[in-house]
Design a protein around this ligand. Structure first.
Ligand code: GRE
Ligand code: ZN
Length: 325
């Protein structure tokens, strides 16, 4: 399919490049340059495989792992200026998500506003919880201090992409001795799914009824668990035990959009579409951790209807991010 749009596509700046090294030390000669490149290798692969536009975002965990709050603010600004400069070179091919210093909700709101209003960014991409003030002080965004940030995001009417990061070692005792589960094999999805469920259960979406959240990797495992999360042994009719008014599925289907990043498997795509509808799933690759050719060859031939392919490959993203293509 020509004209695809991909939206979990990462770029590193000098200050954040080394964060990705642990995820591909054995292929760093290839991975490192690909993370930094925008206009050469990346563009050539987009042309070769029919990707018209990539929405660029910073690599992970980057800003979220900088516990020095002033430094987090500074690196986010540097990254966003760098992304804006790349978009300016080819605005028909690239757009950008803001990196945000969520360590300081007011600074995050200010930076988001700058990115959307002055730099033309189409949303934010944040790498999970933030380490705030000290390496082991973790903040999740359901906490009350983030409500003004969420209200500002809602008022700006841009989506928030909740991207994975690993849990901290101090919060990962149950992976001890089994480190292979960290990263994209398992822990990224588990961490991110819990964060998404925290947002839902907290009542955030009752307070901000127009928030739009994006999850990658076909929903970080939530779609296949959605029925059970709300089931709670149906006959017991146990009331749910969180502040939000409705069931999890209600909020997930109303506020969340999923991408295919790093999950090029047709049964999983079909399941995501069955749970969410074809209007809420969007094609993505996860450059440079995933291969553009593999992702595109899979998506272009996946056994789904052609009308759904056009929605998922292109039209849903144009609508959600108000892209001018
Ligand atoms: C990602 O951005 O999704 C990612 C990483 C590191 C390893 C694998 C991966 O940041 O998918
Ligand atoms: Zn990613």
């Amino acid at each position: 399919m020509q004209g695809k749009i991909a939206l979990e596509e990462h770029v590193a700046i000098d200050a954040t490049l080394s964060d990705s090294q642990v995820f591909g030390a054995h292929v760093w000669d290839t991975l490192g340059p690909r993370l930094v490149d925008v206009q050469d290798m990346r563009l050539a692969e987009m042309d070769k495989y029919g990707i018209e536009m990539m929405i660029l975002s910073l690599n992970a965990p980057a800003v979220q792992a900088i516990h020095d709050v002033a430094r987090a603010v500074q690196v986010a600004q540097l990254a966003n200026d760098a992304l804006a400069a790349e978009v300016r070179k080819r605005p028909a091919r690239f757009a950008a998500f803001a990196a945000l210093p969520m360590q300081d909700p007011e600074a995050a709101t200010k930076e988001l506003t700058r990115c959307v209003k002055e730099l033309g960014f189409v949303g934010a991409l944040v790498n999970g919880f933030s380490q705030t003030g000290a390496p082991d002080n973790v903040t999740y965004y359901d906490l009350p201090q983030y409500r003004p940030f969420w209200r500002a995001l809602e008022a700006l009417d841009v989506p928030f992409y909740l991207h994975p990061r690993n849990p901290l070692p101090s919060w990962s005792r149950f992976y001890e001795g089994h480190n292979w589960m960290l990263g994209p094999n398992w822990a990224f999805a588990a961490e991110t799914a819990v964060h998404a469920l925290r947002l839902i259960g907290s009542g955030l979406f009752d307070e901000c009824p127009n928030l739009k959240i994006v999850l990658g990797h076909l929903g970080e495992g939530i779609p296949v668990q959605l029925w059970r999360i709300d089931g709670r042994n149906g006959w017991m009719k146990a009331p749910h035990k969180y502040p939000a008014k409705h069931g999890v599925g209600h909020y997930f289907r109303k506020h969340f959009h999923l991408t295919t990043s790093g999950n090029f498997h047709t049964p999983s795509l079909v399941n995501a579409v069955a749970e969410m509808g074809a209007d809420r799933v969007m094609f993505s690759v996860d450059w440079p951790f995933e291969d553009v050719g593999e992702g595109c060859d899979w998506f272009d031939k996946a056994q789904i209807g052609e009308a759904d392919r056009v929605k998922i490959g292109r039209d849903n993203a144009i609508k959600l991010f108000k892209l001018k293509l």
